[in-house]
Ligand binder design. Sequence first.
Ligand code: GLN
Length: 401
Amino acid sequence: MQSPITRYLESVLDDCRELDGGEMAGGNAELARADPDTFAVALATVGGSVYAAGDCDTEVSIQSISKALAYAVALEDNGLERMLEATDVEPSGDSFNEISLERSTGRPRNPLINAGALAVHSMIRGNSAQERADRVRDLHSRCAGRQLSTNNAVYEAEIESDDRNTAIAHLLKSVGVLAVEPAEVVDGYARQCSMDVNCVDLATIASVMANGGVDPATEERLIDGAVNRHVLSVMSTCGMYDGSGSWTATVGIPAKSGVAGAIIGVLPGQVGVAVLSPRLNEHGNSVRGVAVFERLSRDLELHMMHVAPSGASAIREVTSEDDTIVRLQGDLRFAGAESFLATLADGVDPRGRIILDLSHVRAMDDVARRMFDDAAAGLREDGHDVDIDDPHGLMSVPDSE
Ligand code: GLN
């Protein structure tokens, strides 16, 4: 049976196919030669399911989408503090290749415009342009679950047309935010941008980020949790260049676009999305890509500001006869743990034993764990007998993030 989700994705492509406005990327001769009608969409969930429609085998160069995980590599190499000295995290309001640096500090405004991405690339550990680009490609390959390769024709065309990036790199050197020579940075960055990916690769990479940096397929941690969260935060404010504000308002999914016409979107805890269609709008973002994301966000309620279910759904049942039994369920975080505390505050029989049943809880974060510990300690201090029924050992597993 064809999945209803795949059928839905096909219908979205059909509805958006008529949007044939926009321009193919200029500058790079290889990109200009791509088929403008290529159109694909893929979803990869944090549970490891992948749904795809359209030209999902067509490969394009990853281009600026690589800036997100290159930033992750540099953050893991250098730590957040050093990276913030190199580039700020403010939306620039400028186009992606603007020669713009912050007036007061000389830093690029954010790591997702070219100025910031060049500074970031220079800080990746490695002895050569090739080594730095290989480390970025390795992380993408591990997240995509297959070895990705560099498209040499695209790389050569990038080098042919690198005047602007070279100018930016020299400017960065002049203000002291470049860790290696301009020519080496521009070369490594061009290699990083020339990695070939298809739409499923991109959605799969996005699903690792949606899953907090852990590969949904293998459960292996590929990106540090705090680094992943930081990269997603910057994607949510800067990922779509000078189109970032309206993107966040209408689509509301942390995202990154590339000049070859792909866009990835990451909805934390739910799904990674990728769309590919090469014609670009005035911000350098795929015209149909933006339209498909708007549809998916609306139809599937994927907007990150869509209000999540309240903590009350964490309470499965409360019974109070001889003993008070509170049965919890689901994935517990602050709101779920708080609703347990509120339930206790409302009606505990001071003579009864209090049993906290965690057998239906799937996972809990450090915050919830601390709140249960504190609540149990407080109740015991007040003279209650407290039992925590924790058959999965959740109270003793430290949160992996
Ligand atoms: N390689 C391109 C550049 O540096 C990437 C830009 C993009 O995808 N927006 O100009």
